[in-house]
Design a protein around this ligand. Structure first.
Ligand code: PLP
Length: 409
C-alpha cells in the first residue's frame, strides 16, 4: 500500500538535499567546532555558514541566532531568559526587592512549549494573562494593549497555530510591544519556512523555530535574539555559542538546519502557491461532497498547507485510525491524558463544543505532496466518513448546507 502523508505540521521528512549537506559532518568532517585544529575549523565554518543561512531566512543578523535542540527549548529559553532575572529581583532576599511580580501576556491557543512554560513561570511567582481569541483563532491587538501593566515584561504570541494554521497579526502586536518597551517573543515553529518572515517588519525581539518542521532533522532548532535583548542563559556549561547556549554543537544537524533554511528561502514562495492550491482543493472538495462538515478558522489568514475540518457524528480518533488503515496519515489535536481523550485546547478556545473539537481532523500538506495524492485522499476520506457515520449513534440526519466557521478575512 502506498502511503499518503498529510501530517507535515507534526514533522517533515529530511529533504534529500539537506541530508546530502549533512552527511560529510558525520564522517570525514567530524571535528568539534570548538577545536583550534583544521578539522575543528572546518566544523566551525560550517556552523557559521548555517547561522548565516538561518539568519537570512528571517531577515536577522547571524550574530542574533543561537542553535538549540528545537522549538521547545527555544520557547523556554525566550520565556525564562527574560523572566529569571526579574523573578530574582522580586525575591524578598534580593538587594532592592521590586514590589510586584513580573507579568507575561500570551494567548490560550499557544503550543504547550509556551503554555506549560508560562504555567511553570506562574508557579515561580510570575503573573500571566492568557488572552482569548476569536472564532478565527486571532487575538485582538487592542486586548493586548489593554492587558499591559507596569510589570509586563514579555508578550509571547505564536505566529502560526499548529492545529489550524491561522496567523496572528504580529506586525500590529510588535508595534504595541515596542511602543511600551516590552519584549516580544513569537513561536514561529509553524510559520518559518512556510511563509516569508522578517523580524524587523514584525518588530519581534525573540523568535523560535524548529528544524523538523522545515525539512531538517528533529532535535535542532534556533532562537533569534535581537541585539540588545537582556536574555539570561538557560543552560550552564562551556563557552559554546558565546556562552549563550553551551554544549558541543551538533554540527551535522546545524548544517542540516542551515541547508533547510536556504532551501526554504529560495522555494517558499513557489511552494506556498502550489501547496495552497492543493490544500484549497482538498478543503473545498471535502466541504462540497461530504454532508455536514465545516472547516475551522478557514476565513483567517493561514499558512498555505493546513486545513482543519469538523466531521460531526464521528470521533476524530476513530476517523484518524480508519484513514491510517487506508494508508492516509493525518492528525487530531486531541491530547490523551490519563486514559481519556481531552478535546484540543485550541479548538475549544475558538468556540467549538468538546464534541465538535473531538470530531475535528487536521490535514497538513508539504513540499512532497502531489496532486495525485490529494485525488486519492479525496476518495479515501468520504468513504471512511460515511462508513463511520453509518455506525455512529450520534449522527442521524445529513443536511444539504455546508458552512464554514469564521467570517473575518
Ligand atoms: N511550537 C509549535 C507551534 C509547534 O508546533 C511545536 C511542535 O509541534 C513546537 C513549538 C515544539 O517544537 P519541537 O518539536 O522542535 O520541540
Amino acid at each position: 500500500m502506498s502511503r499518503i502523508y498529510l501530517d507535515y505540521n507534526a514533522t517533515t521528512p529530511v529533504d534529500p538535499a539537506v541530508l546530502d549537506a549533512m552527511l560529510p559532518y558525520f564522517s570525514e568532517n567530524f571535528g568539534n567546532a570548538s577545536s583550534i585544529h583544521t578539522p575543528g575549523q572546518k566544523a566551525r565554518n560550517a556552523v557559521e555558514t548555517a547561522r548565516e543561512q538561518v539568519a537570512a531566512l528571517i531577515g536577522a543578523n547571524p550574530k542574533e541566532i543561537i542553535f538549540t535542540s528545537g522549538g521547545t527549548e527555544s520557547d523556554n529559553h525566550a520565556i525564562f531568559g527574560i523572566l529569571q532575572p526579574l523573578l530574582a529581583a522580586t525575591h524578598p532576599q534580593a538587594q532592592s526587592p521590586r514590589l510586584n511580580p513580573p507579568h507575561i501576556i500570551t494567548t490560550t491557543i499557544e503550543h504547550e512549549a509556551v503554555l506549560n512554560a508560562c504555567q511553570a513561570a506562574e508557579k515561580q511567582g510570575a503573573q500571566v494573562t492568557y488572552l482569548h481569541v476569536d472564532e478565527n483563532a486571532q487575538v485582538d491587538p487592542q486586548a493586548i494593549k489593554a492587558a499591559i501593566r507596569l510589570e509586563t515584561i514579555l508578550i509571547t504570541i505564536m505566529h502560526a497555530n499548529n492545529e489550524l494554521g491561522s496567523l496572528q497579526p504580529l506586525a500590529e502586536i510588535g508595534k504595541i510591544a515596542a511602543a511600551s518597551d516590552i519584549y516580544f517573543h513569537t513561536d514561529a515553529v509553524q510559520s518559518a519556512g512556510k511563509i516569508p518572515i522578517n523580524v524587523n517588519d514584525l518588530s519581534v525581539d525573540l523568535l523560535a523555530l524548529s528544524g523538523h518542521k522545515l525539512y531538517a532533522p528533529k532535535g535542532i532548532g534556533a532562537l533569534y535574539i535581537r541585539t540588545g535583548t537582556q536574555l539570561q542563559q538557560l543552560l550552564y556549561g562551556g563557552h559554546h555559542q558565546r556562552g549563550a547556549r553551551p554544549g558541543t554543537e551538533n554540527v551535522a544537524a546545524i548544517v542540516g538546519l542551515g541547508a533547510a533554511a536556504e532551501l526554504a528561502r529560495k522555494s517558499q514562495v513557489a511552494d506556498a502557491a502550489r501547496i495552497a492550491a492543493l490544500r484549497d482543493h482538498l478543503e473545498q472538495t471535502i466541504l462540497a461532497t461530504i454532508p455536514d462538515v465545516r472547516a475551522n478558522a478557514a476565513s483567517a489568514p493561514r499558512t498555505p498547507n493546513t486545513t482543519n475540518i469538523i466531521f460531526p457524528g464521528i470521533e476524530g480518533e476513530a476517523l484518524l485510525i480508519a484513514l491510517d488503515l487506508k494508508g492516509l496519515a493525518c492528525s487530531t489535536g486531541a491530547a490523551c491524558s490519563s486514559g481519556s481523550v481531552e478535546p484540543s485546547h485550541v479548538l475549544t478556545a475558538i468556540g467549538l463544543t468538546p464534541e465538535d473539537a473531538r470530531a475535528s481532523l487536521r490535514f497538513s500538506l508539504g513540499r512532497h505532496t502531489t496532486a495525485s495524492e490529494i485525488a486519492t485522499a479525496l476518495k479515501i476520506i468520504p468513504q471512511a466518513v460515511s462508513q463511520l457515520r453509518a455506525l455512529s449513534p450520534t449522527y442521524r440526519k445529513p443536511s444539504i448546507h455546508h458552512s464554514q466557521i469564521g467570517t473575518a478575512k
